[in-house]
Design a protein around this ligand. Structure first.
Ligand code: GAP
Length: 441
């Protein structure tokens, strides 16, 4: 069976994201800033949910991983040691006619028509282009004040290795996890939020003995793949792909990508890299501080090896959106619905009064106030009930509860399930238990 992407193009998803307030083009009133996007009221909830799910799974539900939140701007020597100043380059080609610059290996992603040459673009020889954004720290802008916006969160972890070891009771093997913004002056940034200049990463460096690294690498490859499946992503549209030796980043000795079948084909969602002892070794060399593990029982000293699962938060959100997007025909009526896993859905439960009179709003508001103590809930009394359901379908809300005439007589409400569209009466007294059953929490 050939697997198909969930949608043919990202266009309807981009349109829904704007219509419902998930994602907006950055600075749109000024014409937008290519490659930067803003999360709207629903999008910011999804983003928090994705980050929370990752933090729960990677830090809070484990005994062997601790968290960190390092600064974005770091000492410039960090990027010399890590190899990013010398090696974080993409090959760039420029059109002789219109000046369009694209990555040499991504020419097929660039607009095909050249506005200044009927025969199309004519690209020159590739030249290397550093992806780091430079800025200055302090009032004087000179070489001595040059700093960089971090292009990955990982280095904040490596330079804090000793601080974490000295201030906690971690024992090898252990991980340090971090979430935060990263910046890359990407040349090719089409495809919505897939590749942007400013993005967020969720990375974890797992330190272990050199002889254990293969086993740990295998473990994290599977663990990370399963994380997406547990959160509802269709397993047929996920796969692990091992990198060929010529694809490996300058620091990596082995790497696999979790890939997703986007409308534009299989593409990287997350990287799981075996970074060896490259980073701790380089920082030891450049800083003069020994970033080693000291085994108290055997007296051994060595630089641990590292396995790194590195995920882009925005790319994960794009996958959850793309995979959840569904267009259906219900008895001749089209409906668009985001079939999010309840943990990812921005709103868990919506509460409606059937009418805006006869005591319905008061009863519905009382229910809404009770539920929002436990869930991200939404109250809506505007428009007809069918329209309200459709809006919540597009927002991906798993459950809607409606208060009507019968509620006032027997204290039951209608529970409508987003995916099955089943509607059933549920007693108000057992609403929390019902929601736990449907949502799983
Ligand atoms: N520390 C290793 C590292 O940064 P990477 O493969 O360059 O590795 C890890 O990045 C993940 O970050 C990618 O798999 C992707 O999900 C995300 N990512 C990287 N560059 C991105 C960009 N320009 N826009 C959005 N996400 C990006």
């Amino acid at each position: 069976m050939t697997v198909q992407p969930n949608v043919e193009s990202l266009d309807p998803i981009v349109a829904l994201c704007k219509r419902r307030g998930f994602v907006f083009l950055s600075s749109e009133i000024y014409g937008g800033l290519g490659s930067c996007w803003d999360y709207g009221p629903l999008g910011v909830e999804v983003k928090r949910n994705v980050k929370d799910a990752w933090w729960r799974a990677m830090v809070q539900q484990r005994d062997d991983v601790v968290g960190l939140d390092a600064s974005i701007i770091m000492h410039p020597r960090v990027w010399e040691a890590s190899g990013h100043v010398a090696g974080f380059n993409d090959p760039l080609v420029e059109c002789r006619h219109c000046g369009l610059r694209v990555r040499a290996d991504k020419i097929d992603e660039s607009p095909q028509k050249c506005p200044k040459h009927e025969g199309g673009h004519e690209f020159g020889e590739p030249r290397m282009f550093n992806l780091m954004f430079k800025t200055s720290l302090g009032p004087v802008e000179d070489a001595a004040s040059t700093v960089y916006l971090r292009p990955e969160t990982a280095q904040g972890i490596f330079v804090n290795f000793l601080n974490v070891v000295d201030s906690t009771r971690v024992k090898l093997p252990f991980g340090i996890a971090q979430q935060g913004k990263s910046f890359r002056n990407e040349i090719t940034t089409r495809r919505f939020t897939f590749r942007t200049a400013e993005f967020e990463q969720m990375e974890m460096e797992y330190f272990c003995r050199p002889e254990e690294v293969k086993e740990r690498y295998e473990y994290w490859r599977q663990e990370r793949l399963q994380w997406f499946i547990k959160l509802g992503v269709n397993p047929d549209r996920l796969r692990l792909r091992d990198h060929a030796p010529d694809e490996l980043a300058h620091y990596s000795v082995a790497c696999a990508d979790v890939e997703y079948l986007f409308p534009f084909g299989w593409s990287e969602l997350e990287g799981i890299a075996c970074r060896g002892c490259y980073d701790l070794g380089k920082h030891s060399e450049y800083s003069g501080k020994k970033l080693e593990w000291h085994d108290q029982t055997t007296g051994e000293r060595f630089i641990p090896h590292v396995v790194e699962p590195a995920l882009g938060t925005d790319r994960a959100i794009l996958v959850f959106l793309t995979d959840a997007y569904t267009e259906e025909d219900i008895d001749g009526n089209p409906r668009t619905v985001l079939k999010f896993h309840p943990k990812i859905a921005p709103t868990k439960v919506a509460v409606f009064p059937l009418l805006r009179k006869d005591g319905h709003p008061e009863k519905a508001q009382e229910l809404y106030r009770t539920l929002r103590e436990h869930y991200s809930a939404f109250y809506d009394e505007s428009g007809n009930i069918g329209r309200r359901y459709r809006r919540q379908d597009e927002a991906g809300t798993p459950v809607c509860l409606t208060v009507d005439h019968q509620t006032l007589e027997d204290n039951t409400v209608t529970l409508r399930d987003r995916d099955s569209l089943e509607q059933r009466r549920v007693a108000l007294g057992s609403i929390r238990e019902e929601l736990i059953k449907v949502l799983g929490f």
